[in-house]
Design a protein around this ligand. Structure first.
Ligand SMILES: C[S@@+](CC[C@H](N)C(=O)[O-])C[C@H]1O[C@@H](n2cnc3c(N)ncnc32)[C@H](O)[C@@H]1O
Length: 475
């Protein structure tokens, strides 16, 4: 952190269209004589409005980690004289910045997270995949690790974790491999090189879709600037620096940030949320400024400390990880309510924060379980595999059923054929039995020779018949 020093930069080139301007500032209900903080000065849109609405005596301390932004905006704010002080610092250091100035409480804090348009548009900052520039991505160009240095430090698995967690990039592993390959070949010095390494895996941009490198660039930018760590530190400082009834009004641009803010405002008993759902830009603003489409504003009021004391709470504990734990009250509680309510609030808040930290801001790399990370990355593939396997099992089951039914029919037909053969055999046996009788033999023989069957009285033995024929007594 350092007090801002005049930098010979021109304000003219710093054009950033402020999002949710009125909504963000109005949440603080600025008044003359109030003391406020704009934690992300940028192009100066919000802070200028805050100064105007708190005239004539309201004062604002403005922070930005980007000295170029402060230099450019200083001229814009010069009409407000000493009512405004601009400080080159990270908002994660807010408490120390205020203490250095002898300030213990402020009446409101606004923060408009992320990067500004001038930062994105300046190719030399290395934020943009549409403008070739050095692979830098630092908001504070004067210190810290560049994106190229970060990629060089991380191994392939750690890089894949960063792309997955901060960019929600499903193909994080092959992209990380491709980026590390480019780096090993000395082909990773510029934003164009980085984009090429991503396109090698995801293919070129499809019509109507966002650029394939969007998620990779977002992930690296968040990691380079430790954006979630900064937000956590700001959220931890807010209940300490806000005066009773003071308001925090925060704009976020991606789900990880919004979730962190939402859970803190809901779960920390020192906050009373003022926005049940996030405030978003209307159609006109979204049409005018595409960046506003993903903006979400949430505001919360600092619960009065007297109320905390009445309930026997008010002790602010700081966990080993630097995140403040909640005191034991909610604003809605009355002094007669049992302290149990307060204790439940503490537990709920701690649980919510722990969940968000674990999910969104957990450190990447070696401390995350490789199996869990592998499972998380492969979740969709595993899910698709399970669906395919179930479908295949179902089809096989149907085929087997069909075969069983067909075999059942064959067995029935074979049984019927067997029965018919048994019947024929029975008839033949009968026939064979009757063939043993002489008159039956004669009848069969006569039948086959076409002769009449004799009447029983005319039947003569065969020998007698021949001698009668010789004597002419028979024809
Ligand atoms: C979206 S711009 C703010 C625009 C501003 N509200 C306006 O109306 O012009 C975000 C600014 O926050 C700054 N910033 C981001 N993270 C920061 C941090 N941790 N500490 C201080 N400034 C930060 C960026 O450098 C950038 O200038």
């Amino acid at each position: 952190m350092s007090a801002a020093t005049p930098v010979a930069a021109q304000a003219s080139a710093y054009a950033h269209e402020t999002v949710l301007l009125e909504e963000t500032v109005a949440a603080l209900a600025p008044r003359s004589g109030g003391l406020y903080v704009d934690a992300t000065v940028g192009g100066g849109g919000h802070i200028e409005r805050l100064l105007a609405l708190s005239a004539p005596l309201g004062r604002v301390v403005g922070l930005d980690r980007d000295e170029r932004a402060l230099a450019a905006t200083r001229a814009r704010l010069s009409p407000f004289g000493d009512r405004v002080e601009l400080v080159h610092a990270r908002f994660g250091e807010l408490r120390a910045v205020l203490e250095e100035r002898g300030v213990t409480r402020v009446d409101g804090v606004i923060a408009d997270l992320g990067v500004s348009s001038p930062q994105l548009d300046d190719a030399t900052r290395g934020f943009s995949f549409t403008r070739g520039g050095p692979l830098d991505m630092r908001m504070d160009g004067s210190s810290g690790e560049t994106a190229a240095e970060l990629v060089a430090r991380l191994d392939e698995n750690e890089l894949a974790d960063v792309l997955f967690k901060y960019g929600e990039e499903r193909r994080s592993r092959p992209i990380a491999r491709s980026i590390k390959r480019a780096e090993a070949e000395g082909q990773l010095a510029t934003t164009d090189d980085l984009r090429r390494a991503v396109v090698r895996v995801l293919g070129p941009r499809k019509q109507g879709a966002s650029d394939p490198a969007t998620r990779t660039f977002q992930a690296l930018r968040i990691a380079v600037n430790d954006e979630l760590g900064e937000l956590e530190a700001l959220l931890a400082a807010l209940p300490l620096v806000l005066a009773d009834g003071g308001v925090a009004s925060l704009i976020s641009f991606h789900s990880l940030e919004d979730r962190l803010i939402k859970h803190t405002f809901r779960g920390d008993a020192r906050f009373e949320p003022l926005t049940k759902r996030p405030v978003v830009a209307g159609d006109a603003e979204s049409a005018r400024n595409p960046r506003a489409r993903s903006a979400k504003l949430r505001a919360a009021r600092r619960v009065s400390r007297a109320e905390e004391r009445e309930l026997g709470g008010g002790v602010v504990r700081t966990a080993s990880n630097g995140v403040a734990q909640t005191p034991n009250v909610r604003r809605s509680a009355t002094p007669t309510e049992p302290v149990r309510t307060a204790a439940t609030g503490v537990r709920r808040a701690a649980k919510a924060l722990a969940a968000v930290r674990a999910q969104a801001a957990a450190p990447v790399g070696p401390r995350s379980s490789p199996i869990a990370a592998w499972l998380a990355r492969r979740f969709l593939a595993l899910w698709a595999l399970a669906v395919l396997a179930t479908a295949a099992a179902f089809v096989a089951h149907l085929a087997l059923r069909f075969e069983t039914v067909r075999l059942g029919y064959d067995v029935g037909a074979a049984r019927r054929a067997q029965n018919s053969l048994v019947e024929q055999r029975r008839l033949l046996s009968l026939e064979a039995a009757t063939l043993g009788q002489a008159d039956r033999v004669e009848a069969v023989a006569r039948g086959s020779l076409g002769m009449d069957v004799p009447e029983p009285s005319r039947v003569v033995p065969m020998g007698a018949h021949a001698s009668r024929r010789a004597a002419g007594s028979v024809r």
